[in-house]
Design a protein around this ligand. Structure first.
Ligand code: ADQ
Length: 464
C-alpha cells in the first residue's frame, strides 16, 4: 500500500547509497547538505523523498530509513545515458554555466528527459497526500512542476535550482526552451541561488512566453508564480564541531608533516568539473613558481579532484588536461620526494576533508561559474581558529556573501595570481579579521535557515 505524505521532496538522487554486506543488499544514508536541511521537515511531516536509487533496471520497493520514507524511481541503462549523462549533464549543465564547454543538443536525449521527468512527476503524484507540499530539486527535473500540477492541481509546488540560471541569450539556444520554462512555471515558487538568476528567469518568461510580471511574480493563466533568491548553505555547527575535533586537528598536523611542513599549503577541493576552474588555478600556481614569486618546498599545492560524471566526454577530456598540467608542473618544479602539486583523484570522508581544510593556509575556489560553491563555505566554517585565507572567484554564488575573501576573476590569469599572492602574504591580524566576518555571516545563514526561508515563502508552517 502506498504511504501518502503531506511533504514530499523530489530529487534526481535518493539520499542513500547501496552497499553489499554479508547480509545482502543494504542502504546506507549518504550525508549531504540537502538531507541535513530537510530532515527536520521530513521527520515532522512523515515526509517522503522521491528519487533514483543509483542502480539501473527495476527500482527497489519503497522503504524507510532514519525516519524518512524513500520512494525509488527506476532508470534504465539507456535513460541513464540519455536523460542523466546526456540532456542533464552534456546539454543543460554546460549551457547554464555560461557555455564554458559547448553544450551538446540531441533529440533522443530530450525525449528521454521528458519521459523520465514524467515518471518522477507520476511518482510524486502517487505519494503526495491531498493538498500536500512538494519540493522539486534541480536541473534534472525542470519539467516536473508543470507535469505534477497537471496530475494534481491540489498540490503546493516549490522548485529550487542549485545551479545558475543563464541569461536569455544563452537559454534561447536550447531546443527544449519553451517546455523547460513552462515546466518551471508549474511551481508556485521557483528558487534560485542568486537574485540575478531570478531576474533572468522573470525576464525570460516575458521574452519567450509574453507573460506579465509584477516585481518577481509572474502571472501564468491567472496563477501567481513567485521567483526569488535563496542562497544555499552548509550545516555550519556540524562543520565547526568536526573541525574542532582533536582527531581532525591531529590529522591536519599530520597532513602538514607529510607534505614536508611547508610554509604555505595551498588547497583546492572540487568535483573534477570544467566549471570549477581547476586548470586556471594550476596555471596560476605554475606561473608564480616560474616567476620565482613562490617556490618549492616552501609552498606546495594539494588538489583534490573528486571523480565525477566519468562517462561524459567533456569530463574525460578535462581529466586528461588537468593531469597533463599537474605532470608539467611537477616535471618542472618538483624535486625527488617533493612534488609541487599533490593531485588526488579520490573521494574522501567528511572528517578527512575537514582535516585538509584545517591544514591549508590558502584555499583556492576559482570556478568559472558556480551556483553557490559549498567548499568555500566549508573552508570558512572549519577555520574557527581564524587561520587561513580564501581565494574566491567572483563567478561563484558564494562571492555575493563572502565579500572578505580574496576575490578574483578566474578568466584573468594575472588577477588569480595576484589574489593568490595576496592571500599567501596577508598578515595574521588582517586574515583573522576577514575570517571572523565571514564566519559570523555563515552562522546566521546556515542550511537550516535556507530550507526554512524557502518553505516559509512557499507557505509551509515551520517545523517544530
Ligand atoms: P557541486 O557542483 O557538486 O554542487 P559544491 O557546492 O562545491 O559543488 O559541493 C561539493 C560538495 O562535495 C561539498 O560539500 C564538498 O565537501 C564535497 N566534496 C568535494 N570533493 C570531495 C571529496 N573528494 N570527497 C568527499 N566530498 C567531496 C551543486 C552546484 C553548487 C551548489 C551545490 C549546492 O554546482 O554551485 O553549491 O550544488 O546547491
Amino acid at each position: 500500500m502506498t504511504v501518502r505524505s503531506s511533504f514530499v521532496v523530489v530529487a534526481n538522487r535518493l539520499p542513500v547509497d547501496e552497499i553489499t554486506t554479508s547480509e545482502g543488499r543494504q542502504w546506507r544514508p549518504s550525508p549531504g547538505g540537502l538531507v541535513t536541511a530537510l530532515h527536520p521537515v521530513l521527520a515532522q511531516y512523515r515526509g517522503t523523498w522521491v528519487g533514483w536509487s543509483g542502480g539501473v533496471g527495476e527500482a527497489p520497493e519503497p522503504f524507510d530509513l532514519e525516519g524518512i520514507r524513500l520512494h525509488p524511481v527506476p532508470l534504465s541503462a539507456d535513460e541513464l545515458e540519455r536523460y542523466y549523462e546526456g540532456q542533464s549533464n552534456a546539454t543543460i549543465w554546460p549551457l547554464y554555466h555560461d557555455a564554458v564547454e559547448t553544450p551538446v543538443f540531441k533529440r533522443r536525449w530530450r525525449e528521454a528527459y521528458r519521459t523520465v521527468n514524467a515518471r518522477f512527476a507520476e511518482a510524486a503524484a502517487e505519494v503526495a497526500a491531498e493538498g500536500a507540499t512538494v519540493w522539486v530539486q534541480d536541473y534534472q527535473l525542470q519539467l516536473v512542476p508543470a507535469m505534477l500540477r497537471e496530475l494534481r492541481p491540489d498540490l503546493r509546488i516549490g522548485f529550487f535550482l542549485h545551479i545558475p540560471f543563464p541569461p536569455i541569450e544563452l537559454f534561447m539556444q536550447m531546443p527544449l526552451r519553451a517546455e523547460v520554462l513552462r515546466g518551471l512555471l508549474g511551481a508556485d515558487l521557483v528558487g534560485f541561488q542568486q537574485r540575478l538568476a531570478a531576474q533572468n528567469f522573470v525576464r525570460l518568461a516575458r521574452h519567450l512566453l509574453g507573460l506579465r510580471y509584477e516585481g518577481q511574480t509572474i502571472i501564468v493563466d491567472g496563477r501567481r508564480v513567485k521567483a526569488g533568491a535563496f542562497p544555499i548553505s552548509i550545516d555550519v555547527a556540524e562543520m565547526e564541531r568536526m573541525a574542532a575535533d582533536p582527531q581532525v586537528q591531529a590529522r591536519a598536523k599530520q597532513i602538514r608533516a607529510e607534505l614536508g611542513d611547508p610554509k604555505t599549503v595551498v588547497l583546492g577541493v572540487d568535483r573534477l568539473d570544467y566549471t570549477k576552474g581547476i586548470e586556471r588555478r594550476l596555471k596560476a600556481f605554475r606561473e608564480l613558481l616560474a616567476d620565482g614569486k613562490l617556490s618549492v618546498p616552501d609552498a606546495v599545492m594539494v588538489q583534490v579532484a573528486t571523480p565525477s560524471r566519468e562517462r561524459v566526454e567533456h569530463y574525460q577530456a578535462l581529466r586528461v588536461k588537468v593531469e597533463r598540467e599537474v605532470g608539467r608542473i611537477n616535471g618542472e618544479f618538483g624535486r625527488v620526494g617533493v612534488p609541487a602539486v599533490h593531485y588526488l583523484h579520490q573521494s574522501y570522508s567528511r572528517s578527512e576533508l575537514a582535516a585538509l581544510y584545517c591544514a591549508a593556509d590558502v584555499m583556492m575556489v576559482t570556478p568559472l561559474r558556480d551556483g553557490m560553491n559549498l567548499v568555500a563555505k566549508e573552508y570558512v566554517a572549519s577555520r574557527a581558529d581564524t587561520g587561513g585565507a580564501l581565494v574566491l572567484s567572483e563567478f561563484a554564488g558564494a562571492a555575493t556573501e563572502l565579500r572578505q575573501a580574496f576575490l578574483c576573476n578566474p578568466h584573468d590569469p594575472d588577477g588569480v595570481k595576484d589574489a593568490l599572492l595576496r592571500a599567501v602574504h596577508v598578515d595574521k591580524v588582517e586574515a583573522r579579521r576577514r575570517m571572523r566576518i565571514m564566519q559570523r555571516h555563515l552562522r546566521a545563514h546556515d542550511v537550516g535557515q535556507w530550507a526554512r526561508s524557502f518553505l516559509n515563502e512557499l507557505g509551509v508552517p515551520e517545523a517544530t
